[in-house]
Design a protein around this ligand. Structure first.
Ligand code: PRP
Ligand code: MN
Ligand code: MG
Length: 181
């Protein structure tokens, strides 16, 4: 697997730290959805690692579906433009839906996504994210499960990319400014 190179200035979370926090959240999610018909909705592409690891950390059964929406383009700043690139395959009416994200930054992606999904009449609709940045905490997006609140630095790894790269780093760290400046 990919390892941390000189393009990361520092490691914020090791694979062990990520796995152990996910295990804690999975326990809470198991309890919340026990006896319910849970559908995990992963937001491509960033959420693939969280989705793969969270779903396997759960003891309960779950279905999985995916949406692809994009707000970033190729920079490090959110553009505010949200596009659906791929919609769900599943009708979520009456389903218990848990949206799974890698990171919430401005909250623009999820505000759009949540209002879109809400209109499809799910039985319940909640959000789990591995990381949340300070601006998102103020954005009014109500996040039920958060792995870690992190500082406002550009981070990569564990699904998080810079211009499509670094998603397969097993650790999460800050990208050296020389890479993108
Ligand atoms: C990233 C991240 C979230 C979103 C968060 O996705 O995976 O989905 O941005 O940013 P926001 O809270 O400011 O909207 P991105 O649009 O980069 O697509 P990707 O998942 O394919 O990398
Ligand atoms: Mn994303
Ligand atoms: Mg991205």
């Amino acid at each position: 697997s990919a390892d941390v190179g000189d393009e990361l200035t520092k490691v914020l979370y090791t694979p062990d730290q990520l796995a152990s926090r996910l295990k804690e959240l999975a326990g809470e999610i198991d309890t919340e959805y026990e006896g319910k018909d849970l559908l995990l909705v992963g937001v491509l592409s960033g959420a693939v690692m969280v989705m793969a690891d969270l779903s396997r950390a759960l003891s309960i059964h779950c279905d999985m579906d995916w949406m692809a929406i994009s707000s970033y383009g190729s920079g490090t700043q959110s553009s505010g433009v949200v596009r659906i690139l791929k919609d769900l395959n599943t009708n979520i009416s009456g389903r218990h839906v848990l949206v799974v994200e890698d990171i919430i930054d401005t909250g623009l992606t999820l505000s759009y996504l949540i209002s879109n999904l809400r209109s499809r009449d799910p039985a319940s609709l909640d959000i789990m994210t591995m990381f949340r940045k300070p601006e998102a905490a103020k954005s009014g997006v109500d996040v039920r499960w958060i792995g870690f609140d992190i500082p406002n630095e550009f981070v990569v790894g564990y699904g998080l990319d810079y211009d499509g790269r670094y998603r397969n780093l097993t650790s999460v760290g800050t990208l050296s400014p020389h890479v993108y400046s």
